[in-house]
Design a protein around this ligand. Structure first.
Ligand code: HSE
Length: 303
């Protein structure tokens, strides 16, 4: 059956989770909606990023949808894209991935191709360049993704305790991921590699076994956080405040500037401690308490 319109939702995501730079990510229960309807091309956005995002073919929802059609070798039809964005834009919460993934899932459904989640992951990770936001946006929960060869991505899900919550502090200031990545060194010492390898493994094991007391060691990092502290001096203080408030572990979410704490209780205290620390360091922003999303992007309606 030829669909005329498809509505898709895709979640926010947090990437890196401390030591899992460009590899580990987790979906959060905060969603962007995209409706695509056959008609003359247009893009409209309401909500987060509406005043900044391009309302033309440069918008990543269009990039995602076109990637699905290009993959199956069919021409892209004329479409109206309507975005309702709730994921804070350019704050390290996967707004780009949410857009790419929602476009891909919409294109897959509208074209009738019904691509597999593995195919969607490869297409999405190729657009984004790394899988730590797009994979959890597609699978839900926590994922580990690695590149295998030049054109494949291997993704697996990590079991996450149902009661796990994320406490975020989301600064008003935006981060340009491209610029933030260019501040990172190309080479690291063996000591730092060992530091992160052990912690990334410990992180995955702690989440899947439920031994959350290990997270205070397992969320530490030497690959990106120390370098990104130069541009965001309050970061280590926010991480410390979250731990003092009762979080199991805390880290810079993606390229930042949001800081995310993992908790199973005391969420309000943690958010208060983070907000107070932000205030004393002159960082304007807001705390948000959000559950882990155990489902990934999906079609919510079609006609
Ligand atoms: N792993 C990525 C980074 C996530 O830290 O730069 C942001 O796209």
């Amino acid at each position: 059956m030829h669909l005329n319109s498809v509505t898709v939702r895709a979640p926010a995501t947090t990437a890196n989770l401390g030591p899992g730079f460009d590899s580990i990510g987790m979906a959060l229960d905060m969603w962007n909606d995209l409706t695509v309807t056959r008609g003359q091309f247009s893009v409209s956005t309401t909500g987060e990023g509406a005043d900044i995002l391009p309302q033309d073919t440069r918008n990543l929802v269009v990039t995602g949808l076109e990637a699905a059609y290009n993959f199956i070798g069919e021409p892209v039809p004329g479409l109206q894209y309507r975005c309702t964005n709730r994921v804070p834009f350019a704050r390290g919460l996967g707004s780009s991935s949410s857009a790419i993934v929602s476009g891909l899932v919409a294109g897959s459904a509208l074209s009738g191709a019904n691509l597999t989640i593995e195919q969607l992951t490869i297409l999405a990770a190729d657009i984004e360049g790394h899988p730590d936001n797009v994979a959890p946006a597609l699978y839900g929960g926590c994922t580990v993704g690695v590149r295998n060869g030049t054109d494949k991505w291997i993704v697996d899900q990590v079991k996450v305790p149902e009661e796990l919550y994320a406490v975020l502090f989301v600064p008003e200031e935006q981060t340009n991921t491209h610029e933030s990545r260019s501040a990172l060194p190309d080479q690291i010492s063996r000591t730092d590699a060992v530091f992160n390898i052990g912690r990334a493994a410990l992180l995955v094991n702690a989440l899947s076994s439920g031994r959350l007391e290990l997270l205070k060691y397992a969320t530490d990092d030497r690959l990106h956080q120390p370098h990104r502290t130069q541009a965001f001096k309050a970061m280590p203080h926010l991480i410390k405040a979250a731990i003092n408030g009762g979080a199991h572990g805390a880290f810079l979410s993606g390229a930042g500037p949001s800081v995310l704490a993992l908790a199973t209780g005391r969420e309000v205290t943690i958010s208060y401690e983070m907000a107070e620390t932000a205030r004393t360091h002159g960082v304007v922003g807001k705390p948000i308490i959000v559950a882990v999303a155990h489902e990934g992007a999906s079609v919510v309606s079609s006609s």
